[in-house]
Design a protein around this ligand. Structure first.
Ligand SMILES: NC(=O)c1ccc[n+]([C@@H]2O[C@H](COP(=O)([O-])OP(=O)(O)OC[C@H]3O[C@@H](n4cnc5c(N)ncnc54)[C@H](O)[C@@H]3O)[C@@H](O)[C@H]2O)c1
Length: 246
């Protein structure tokens, strides 16, 4: 018999579902049979417009989604944004805004969902972190601080809310999103910059939102029942490379 993952009857909440990785996750979960409640600050088909840094708006979104289905089986806390500054020129407002979106909002969202996740019986929280939680480059502060702290959030929720709720982190490396294409486009020769980036990865490709979606499908299934408390780095082998060759 073929190995299949069927999430029919599961209810998933995905934040940041309008674009990039979140859109890929929502599509993959739907493909596996789950009902997806997506939110974003950017409007889109099947998206509830919600700013996850706004407590009242987040509460309203989760209460409505939870009440509609009576439970939440899968929470994928994905919405986030780069705040890339130098440690010396980051303003207090940028520091606060980054922590609010890339750290506090993940905790608040998990809190808002807790009762509905418990109602599901066996549920999972997936927090989308970043390879910047493991290593970083100059000028990517304070984004890397928030993403590193998410590793601790994953651990705490996993040990305090188990066994009803598993919590895991997924830390993508370079994913081929519209945002990263915009970054390539900022170079005089975007195609050359794309190829240079690909060459830096041992697997000689970039990751895709669909692949991160597939990780979420697996992590949401009964096959991943032993996975909790860990943040998994998915970076095409990039972090295994000590320094560029030649
Ligand atoms: N693209 C990558 O290479 C990469 C690598 C590592 C980690 N990540 C992480 O993946 C997640 C998704 O990033 P992406 O690259 O797909 O970016 P993206 O900009 O394409 O998608 C992020 C989505 O989150 C939404 N969003 C932003 N602030 C929000 C808010 N306050 N409330 C609700 N929605 C909000 C945006 O409107 C957008 O639709 C982020 O947490 C990011 O840090 C991305």
């Amino acid at each position: 018999m073929a190995f299949t993952i069927d999430l029919t009857g599961k209810v998933a909440v995905v934040t940041g579902a309008a674009s990039g990785i979140g859109a890929g996750i929502a599509a993959a979960l739907r493909q596996a049979g789950a009902i997806v409640e997506g939110c974003d600050i950017t409007p889109g088909a099947g998206i509830t417009v919600t700013d996850i840094t706004d407590d009242a708006a987040t509460t309203a979104f989760i209460q409505q989604a939870g009440a509609r289905h009576g439970k939440i089986d899968i929470l994928v806390s994905c919405a986030g944004a780069n705040v890339f500054k130098g440690a010396a020129d980051c303003t207090p407002a940028e520091w606060e805004g980054n922590l609010q979106l890339n750290l506090t909002a993940h905790w608040n969202l998990a809190l808002q969902c807790k009762t509905f996740l418990e109602a599901a019986g066996s549920s999972v929280i997936i927090i989308i972190s970043s390879n910047h939680a493991f290593a970083t480059i100059p000028g990517c502060f304070p984004y890397n601080i928030a993403k590193t702290a998410l590793t601790g959030l994953v651990r705490s929720l996993a040990i305090e809310w188990s066994p009803a709720i598993r919590t895991i982190g997924l830390a993508p490396g370079f994913i081929d999103t519209p945002g990263n294409q915009q970054w390539f486009n900022s170079f005089p020769d975007p195609e050359a910059e794309r190829n240079r980036t690909i060459a830096m990865h041992p697997v000689k490709q970039l990751g895709t939102p669909a692949e991160i979606g597939a990780w979420c499908v697996f992590m949401s299934s009964e096959h991943a029942a032993f996975a909790s408390g860990t943040t998994y780095l998915i970076d095409g082998g990039r972090s295994a490379l000590l320094q560029e060759e030649g």
